[in-house]
Design a protein around this ligand. Structure first.
Ligand SMILES: *Cc1c(COP(=O)(O)O)cnc(C)c1O
Length: 374
């Protein structure tokens, strides 16, 4: 059997190890310590805005705390992009709130401004203004930030920017992760950089950051005894894992360059095949190309290609199955235009790791060419 080619595997720089050794030598083996603060500073200076960062145990934890900080409570409605990973939507249910799913548009595959406005108006007509909007930069491609933000502002609804897949992407030269009222990042093992598991909450408001850290460390009030007047969570990032993050931040720009190079390589070698479409970046958008995605002409083609790659020990994956099609979410209100259903049928994510070798990329290309007999 040929060696496995993964969709997106961790890619260490080597320097992570010295940060981890330092954590051991100084015995900071806890969900606090100098690497946690250092990692937050690294992210802050990378994003280069007037922002504050709370390093957390996962992107999901960051969304959960983000919604709490936006005031989402039991019985509230929260709008969520339907085409996304389930972690965008699950925290709505943790809070006993109701997800309202909104479909995508064709240019970026992200939340459709038209459908969003329609959904807001209809929810208001039905008696409840949504409490927050969760918008997602899928596969690193920014959503239509200007339009989404201006609709959100018109109805005075805050945006939670799910930038889990888009660290290193920009919209009109502004970094993704700084474009919402609250933003989140993920450092899960498959993301563009990883701490094995981890996440961050990002805000322009220092008080919000302090509150996020307070909630993430069991909501301990200022007192010598353990005193609690709010529900607490154990969501802070470990100092050991933050050390991995510090090593990864040093090479983030290189990782973005490698992922973009993968995309260009696939495009150059496969674009001439009639059954395959590559999506270019709309004006003003810069994608980190976390995953290279293609559209085929039908569900049969997509699935046939996926199985063929799998037969050769190459991992590929259909685009995210929309939340409104998921058993756990299918009965919630939805504003659907067919775009995400079509994308799910025809789309495929190709191996996209920044550590793929030329030889591995050639293997993928050659299977795809053989499959299409070109
Ligand atoms: C990975 C991911 C998350 C969740 O992040 P974790 O760190 O795995 O909890 C949320 N949203 C999207 C779009 C993701 O891809």
């Amino acid at each position: 059997m040929e060696s496995k080619i993964w969709l997106s595997s961790p890619h260490m720089s080597g320097n992570e190890q010295s940060y981890i050794n330092n954590a051991f030598e100084t015995n900071w083996i806890a969900p606090l310590g100098p690497h946690v603060n250092g990692f937050e500073d690294d992210i802050q200076s990378y994003l280069n805005d007037n922002i504050h960062v709370a390093a957390l145990s996962s992107g999901t934890a960051a969304i959960h705390l983000g919604l709490i900080l936006l005031g989402v409570k039991k019985g509230d409605e929260v709008i969520c992009q339907s085409k996304t990973f389930s972690a965008s939507a699950n925290p709505i249910l943790y809070l006993g709130a109701t997800p309202i799913f909104v479909d995508s548009e064709e240019d970026t595959w992200n939340i459709s401004p038209n459908q969003l406005e329609l959904a807001i108006q209809d929810r208001i007509k039905k008696g409840k203004k949504p409490k927050a909007i969760i918008a997602v930069h899928l596969y690193g491609m920014p959503y239509k930030v200007d339009q989404i933000n201006s609709i959100a502002a018109a109805y005075n609804i805050p945006v939670l920017e799910d930038s889990a897949e888009a660290l290193g992407s920009t919209f009109k030269n502004k970094k993704c992760g700084t474009l919402g009222d609250i933003s989140i990042l993920s450092f899960n093992g498959n993301k563009i950089i990883t701490t094995s598991g981890g996440g961050a909450l990002i805000t322009k408001n220092k008080t919000i950051k302090d509150k996020a850290v307070f909630f993430a460390t069991q909501s301990r009030d200022k007192a010598v005894e353990y005193l609690h007047s709010k529900i607490g969570y154990n969501y802070r990032l470990s100092n050991v894992l933050a050390g991995i993050g510090r090593g990864q931040m040093e090479v983030l720009d290189k990782r973005v360059a490698s992922r973009r190079k993968n995309y260009e390589f696939y495009k150059k070698n496969l674009n001439y095949i009639d059954n395959i479409i590559f999506k270019s970046e709309p004006e003003g958008m810069f994608s980190n190309r976390w995953l290279t995605t293609i559209l085929t002409d039908s569900e049969e083609t997509r699935e046939g290609l996926r199985l063929e790659l799998d037969k050769h020990n190459i991992e590929s994956r259909p685009l995210w199955k929309p939340m409104h099609q998921q058993p756990i979410f299918k009965d919630y209100p939805k504003y659907i235009n067919g775009v995400s259903d079509q994308l799910f049928k025809k789309g495929l994510c190709l191996p996209s790791g920044s550590n793929l070798t030329d030889n591995e990329l050639d293997r993928v290309i050659s299977i795809i060419k053989t499959y299409f007999r070109v």
